[in-house]
Design a protein around this ligand. Structure first.
Ligand SMILES: [Zn+2]
Length: 167
């Protein structure tokens, strides 16, 4: 995976794009390389851009993070929010904190990652009724891009981190 962090011309992260897309922007002079390093592929050393910056002013509209199972699991870091154990995504379900059977809504603030055992144990009850404590109160992630970044491997995030912290 060779994705590239794209900054606007004021150094704020605005997107994570493919390596090919980054090269096109660089070749067209629409962006400049801020950070690159050498990647060894097939015995060939290539200079790969890791962070690039737009050379022109671009306004990015606010993007709402889609509410879906994958994103809830990423938010909860694949940790069951009741027993605290980490699971493979296939082994996790989504739990309605306030039960669905009592019209608990499908919203970020009411849904958590939950292992199958805990889900069965909790059943149609609130955490209090089931005497199961939530690790943390579920929330709606605010920063779309910071959130997307979590889906990439540590080997890439290490190049990007400081640009998120600075913005
Ligand atoms: Zn569990």
């Amino acid at each position: 995976m060779n994705n590239v962090l794209l900054l606007d011309n004021k150094n704020h992260p605005i997107n994570i794009c493919s390596w090919k897309r980054a090269l096109v922007l660089l070749m067209k002079g629409k962006a400049v390389t801020i950070l690159s390093d050498i990647d060894i592929r097939l015995n060939e050393k290539m200079l790969i851009p890791r962070v690039i910056k737009l050379t022109y002013d671009l306004k990015i509209p606010y993007k709402e993070l889609p509410f879906c199972k994958e994103n809830v699991l990423v938010r909860d870091e694949f940790v069951c929010q009741y027993c605290g154990n980490k699971f493979h995504p296939d082994e996790l379900t989504l739990d309605h904190v306030y039960p669905k059977s009592r019209l608990g809504p499908d919203i970020w603030e009411n849904i958590v990652a939950c292992c199958k055992n805990c889900n069965q144990k909790k059943a149609d009850r609130t955490p209090k009724e089931a005497r199961m404590k939530l690790l943390r109160r579920p929330y709606r992630p605010k920063d779309y891009l910071k959130f997307e970044m979590k889906k990439y491997p540590e080997s890439l995030i290490k190049y990007w981190q400081e640009y998120f912290e600075a913005s």
